[in-house]
Design a protein around this ligand. Structure first.
Ligand code: KG4
Ligand code: ZN
Length: 356
């Protein structure tokens, strides 16, 4: 079964074809990062307009890269939740129209659940040369989902059968990376910029707090972000009233590198502590990480060190937003769900994973 996946929930316009929920035939991602970097974050109206401009060529390229015509496609899978409303609308309208014109079943996909399914891709066709896991994860599967909008631990008993066991009480971890990057004068997106700066810094230069929460598997990152702000204000000789947007001009390279390393170390440790606790309690057969922050090498290193289980990581291109994960989940959803009605599929910008 070949599924065309379409993704447009935030600032990546993507289309991909995946066979039988494991074989990647094409993976096209048009990123808007350069457009939004100028503003230091995603501007929703600009994102929607950019999706509209590129969605048709992106889908066409996904078909031609996979050497497929519409006759070779068995179904369409599209992200309908969660995300920016204008962005979601472009992808779903394209998918609905194509499903009607080409008489294909349409499956609606939850973006956050799909991030986990990037880990199920273990084969690829000729031209692609990603370093993929050798086998698919086993159930019960513990997944740590860490992106710009989400930080959660989800236990999958089977496809479509999962339980949210912990989540952030405030900021998502990717959001914390992005905000801290702004404070210390690093560009958007903050995650990769902090990871790079951290290589030159001392992770123990600053003692930053790990939040204590009542929920056993919950996270919190907003206190950590504030602790970074206060420490930077102090280091440059200012008090807490000093505006954060004026700080980057006063931060030198040594402070920038040390703060990036200390923040990254503490933020990742917060994730690892809870993941380890969940692993010990639920004894899953596999553990995967998913979402943009799963690209972080320090996270990969600390997780490998702290869990007594072999972990195969999916390549970075499949951690950040893409449509391969949408097409992959589409395959498993097609086994358990009825297709959506292409005439009335609606987007759900703030649907959480607990109610899918
Ligand atoms: O999953 P994603 O591409 O989009 C959302 O669904 O949110 O995640 C984007 C987030 C951004 O906050 C970005 O800063 C972060 O992932 N990110 C990273 C790294 N690469 C991307 N965070 C830490 N380390 C990285 N190497
Ligand atoms: Zn995402």
């Amino acid at each position: 079964m070949r599924i065309l996946g379409i993704e447009s929930s935030c600032d990546e316009t993507a289309a991909s074809i995946v066979e039988d929920g494991e074989r990647l035939l094409s993976n096209v991602v048009n990123s808007q990062i350069d457009i939004h970097a100028e503003y230091g974050g995603v501007i929703p109206e600009i994102a929607a307009r950019s999706h509209l401009e590129v969605i048709n060529p992106v889908i066409k390229k996904a078909l031609s890269d996979a050497n497929c015509t519409w006759d070779d496609i068995d179904a369409i899978a599209v992200t309908y939740a969660p995300g920016l409303i204008g962005s979601l609308l472009i992808g779903t309208l394209a998918a609905r129209t194509l499903a009607i014109i080409h008489h294909k079943p349409l499956y609606k996909i939850h973006h956050v659940e799909a991030h986990v399914y990037a880990n199920f891709i273990n084969q690829q066709s000729g031209d692609l040369s990603l370093s993929l896991p050798k086998k698919q994860p086993l159930f019960p599967l513990l997944s740590l989902i860490v992106s710009g909008g989400h930080s959660q631990l989800v236990l999958f008993k089977n496809h479509g059968d999962y339980q949210l066991i912990g989540q952030t009480q405030d900021d998502a971890i990717g959001e914390a990376f992005d905000k801290v990057a702004k404070i210390i004068g690093l560009p958007y997106p903050g995650g990769p910029a902090i990871a790079k700066a951290a290589e030159l810094g001392d992770p123990h230069a600053f003692q930053l707090p790990i939040a204590k929460l009542s929920g056993e598997y919950d996270f919190s990152f907003s206190g950590l972000k504030t602790a970074v702000l206060r420490a930077v204000q102090r280091e440059v000789g200012k008090d807490f009233t000093f505006p954060s947007h004026e700080l980057p001009g006063l931060v030198d390279d040594e402070l920038r590198h040390n703060m990036a390393a200390s923040f990254q170390y503490t933020a990742i440790k917060t994730l690892i502590d809870k993941t380890k606790k969940a692993f010990d309690n639920f004894q899953p057969a596999s553990v995967v990480i998913a979402g943009g922050v799963a690209a972080n090498q320090e996270l990969r290193r600390q997780l490998r060190e702290s869990l007594p289980i072999e972990i195969e990581y999916t390549p970075i291109q499949l951690c950040t937003d893409n449509a391969a994960m949408i097409a992959t989940l589409g395959y498993y959803r097609a086994q358990i769900d009825q297709p959506a009605n292409p005439y009335d599929l609606e987007v759900q910008p703030s649907l959480s994973m607990t109610v899918v």
